[in-house]
Design a binder for this molecule. Structure first.
Ligand code: CU
Length: 132
């Protein structure tokens, strides 16, 4: 309870709490490519800077972003083709908005084995945008 503590007083501790709550750790979400040629969850909402781990749950699959920002199979560099191995790849999402993706073996930019990830701003979600 030192007078010099930034979190000492009653009002100060409220302000201190808000400051400490702001940098929430980025989360990791899992999307599974399934043997029945679906992704689950097919639609996922995440916060900016969160990571999505795509996991092959069985079958010949990869993940290919509609905007070509990533194509991943065994990895996202040299081995991007659909693979039946139990691969896992992780991507961090820094851009706001909705991005669709598909499996090259079973889908396209418009149909088949597809999913979408919507990236929203953490600040707005936490209610610090000053909206009435
Ligand atoms: Cu597939």
């Amino acid at each position: 309870m030192s007078a010099f503590s930034p979190c000492g007083g009653r009002l100060a501790s409220l302000a201190c709490g808000l400051v400490l709550a702001a940098p929430v750790a980025a989360a990791v979400h899992v999307v599974t490519a399934n043997p029945d040629m679906t992704f689950t969850p097919a639609s996922l909402v995440i916060h900016q800077h969160d990571t999505v781990r795509f996991v092959n749950g069985g079958g010949l699959h990869n993940v290919h972003a509609d905007d070509n920002s990533f194509v991943c199979g065994l990895d996202c560099n040299l081995h991007t083709a659909p693979s039946a191995q139990p691969w896992q790849v992780s991507r961090r999402f820094d851009r706001l908005g909705t991005l669709g993706y598909y499996c090259d073996a079973h889908g396209s930019t418009s149909s088949g084995m597809r999913g979408e990830i919507t990236v929203i701003d953490r600040i707005l979600v936490d209610g610090f945008d000053g909206a009435p």
